[in-house]
Every structure is written in structure tokens, then in C-alpha cells.
Write a protein that binds this ligand. Structure first.
Ligand code: UDP
Length: 312
């Protein structure tokens, strides 16, 4: 049995990861400050003797008595609405917070997995995005707290590897969706599904021709576990995401078809620095991790719609 620390474990991705790793027989220590996550996401684990919860922000140093084998650092607001509302805190989580977690990993001699993001590519000029692309990020725009924060976090993780020979794993996560997404986090999939289920207007930002590639949560969690289990020389960064690319208009049509809603489309202003196109090149994940997503958007949407229906 491994002891695995998951920071941000009550969030959308974190809680799905906690569930899977508990099922696989591990002991989980989940740390979260509930800034953008919810107690409900982890309520079903609280009775499990292999699950321990610590309410804490990683910006404060974390002291843990027991041995830890692996750490997944997922602690950070991740939706544009949330990270822009907590911009300075987002930078702190990705700098001070990441240094705290790296220090803990060193003290425990634990392997550390850092959740990075497709946002390190900014509004990409290369398409699809390969890990070798250095990105097109606005360093002082409203998304910079997250984009530059995550870029700095990558730099820190690699410096701890070079300086202290820490075992590191870095993945760049592309748009992901599924059960346990926060209904209020303003992301396109959760917004569209909730609007459709409530019969409200579906809000398309800009002309809706911008693209994203949506990965279902179960596929992403598979990728995380494969990355953590990969050989020590596999450091990353490795893209994890679904390479099927859709425009926001196409996504809206799929949500309309899957819910049978009578909601109308309304067009609103495009947020500043909203990337025009985003699609991962996952050749590296295929080759090194033998991983690729299996769940088609249509199938994942049906599961996610069922989840949100049960919540409203
Ligand atoms: N978007 C939209 N309507 C919404 C929410 C988002 O059209 O109600 C657009 C947003 O402008 C972006 C895309 O959907 O182009 C994905 O947005 P999201 O916030 O989910 O994630 P991002 O990839 O921008 O981090």
C-alpha cells in the first residue's frame, strides 16, 4: 500500500483522482483549502479508514508525520473566472505553495507530480501544441497569474530535480470535464450544460469559432497514474488531453442535442487573451506512457449531463 498526498484533492480533478487511488488500495492524504473546491466532492471518502483530510492552503508550510511515497500537486484555482478572482493568491500557490510542496517531497523522499497546464502555451501560434513549443503568453494580462504562475511552477520543479535530484513528473493538462466540476466555475462545459438543463440562454463568448479539445476526467486520471508509474527518467512535461478539436459553437450544438433543451444561443464579448485555438499533440504521451483518451466527447457529455441533472 502506498501513501499518496494529493493537494487540491477536493477539487474536480483531485477528487476523481482520490477516488481512483483509494479504489486501487492506496492510503490517501488529501489537502485542500476549499478556495474553489467543495466538501461534497470528498464526502463519500471521509468514512474510509485509508482516507485522511487536512484543511490547509499550500501557501502555508505543511507538516506531515507519516511517510509519503508520492505527491500529486494539484492545488491551484484552475478556471479563468476563479483564478482571475484570486489572482495574487494564484501566483502564491504556484510559487510559495509549490516551493512548500517541493520541500515536503524532499523531506519525505517522495516522488512529486506537478499539474501544469496547456495555458503555458498561451494563445498558441503553433498548432497543435507540442511540448517543445515555448508558447505565446501575455506576461501581464489577466490570465498571467495562472499562465506565468504555472510556467514558474514548472521551472521550480525542474530546478529541484537539477539541484536535489528529486523524482519529478510534470504533465500539461488540456481542457477536462466530467463529474465534480464546480457548477459556478464558469467553464464552458459546465456553463453550457447547466444553462441547457435550466432552459437558460447558452452564452457563447466571441463568435464561438475558437476551439478547445475536451478530455473526459476518467481518461485524464488514467494518464496521471501512468505518468506517476513511469520510469524515473520520464520527467515530462507531457501533454495530457484529448486531441479531438471542436469549436465552442460545435460544443453548444452537442449540448443542445444531448439535453434536448429549447435554450437559445446568445453571443457575448470574448474575454481578454482568450486563446483562439487549442489542441494537444499527444504523440509523446502515446509513445512514452502508452496513453491516449478513449472517451468520445458525445459519450462524456452524456455522463456529465447526468451528473449535473442529479445536482439541480
Ligand atoms: N466560453 C464560452 N461561454 C461560456 C464559458 C466559456 O463561450 O459560458 C468560451 C471561452 O471564452 C473559451 C472557451 O469557451 O473560449 C473555453 O473556456 P473555459 O473557461 O472552459 O476554459 P479555457 O480553455 O479558456 O481555460
Amino acid at each position: 500500500m502506498k501513501t499518496i498526498l494529493i493537494t487540491g484533492g477536493a477539487g474536480f480533478i483531485g477528487s476523481n483522482l482520490c477516488g481512483r487511488l483509494l479504489e486501487e488500495g492506496n492510503r490517501i492524504i488529501c489537502v485542500d483549502n476549499f478556495l474553489t473546491s467543495s466538501k461534497e466532492n470528498i464526502s463519500s471518502f471521509l468514512e474510509n479508514k485509508n482516507f485522511k483530510f487536512i484543511e490547509q492552503d499550500i501557501v502555508s508550510p505543511l507538516f506531515i508525520d507519516e511517510n509519503i511515497d508520492e505527491i500529486y500537486n494539484l492545488a491551484c484555482p484552475a478556471s479563468p473566472v476563479h483564478y482571475q478572482n484570486s489572482a495574487i493568491h494564484t501566483i502564491k500557490a504556484n510559487t510559495i505553495g509549490v516551493i512548500n510542496i517541493l520541500g515536503l517531497a524532499r523531506a519525505k523522499n517522495a516522488k512529486i507530480f506537478q499539474a501544469s497546464t496547456s495555458e503555458v502555451y498561451g494563445d498558441p501560434l503553433e498548432h497543435p501544441q507540442k511540448e517543445t513549443y515555448r508558447g505565446n503568453v501575455n506576461p501581464f494580462g489577466p490570465r498571467a497569474c495562472y499562465d506565468e504562475g504555472k510556467r514558474c511552477a514548472e521551472a521550480l520543479v525542474f530546478d529541484y530535480f537539477r539541484t536535489h535530484n528529486l523524482k519529478i513528473k510534470v504533465v500539461r493538462i488540456f481542457n477536462t470535464y466530467g463529474p465534480n466540476m464546480a457548477p459556478d466555475d464558469g467553464r464552458v462545459v459546465s456553463n453550457f450544460i447547466l444553462q441547457a438543463l435550466k432552459g437558460e440562454d447558452i452564452t457563447i463568448y466571441g463568435d464561438g469559432n475558437q476551439t478547445r479539445s475536451f478530455c473526459y476526467i476518467d481518461d485524464l486520471v488514467d494518464g496521471f497514474i501512468k505518468m506517476m508509474a513511469s520510469e524515473d527518467q520520464v520527467l515530462g512535461p507531457i501533454n495530457l488531453g484529448n486531441p479531438d478539436e471542436f469549436t465552442v459553437n460545435e460544443l453548444a450544438q452537442k449540448v443542445i442535442e444531448s439535453t434536448g433543451t429549447k435554450s437559445k444561443l446568445v453571443y457575448k464579448d470574448l474575454p481578454i487573451d482568450d486563446p483562439t485555438r487549442r489542441c494537444p499533440d499527444i504523440s509523446l504521451a502515446k509513445e512514452v506512457l502508452k496513453w491516449e483518451p478513449k472517451i468520445k466527447l458525445q459519450v462524456g457529455l452524456v455522463k456529465t449531463i447526468a451528473y449535473f441533472k442529479s445536482k439541480i
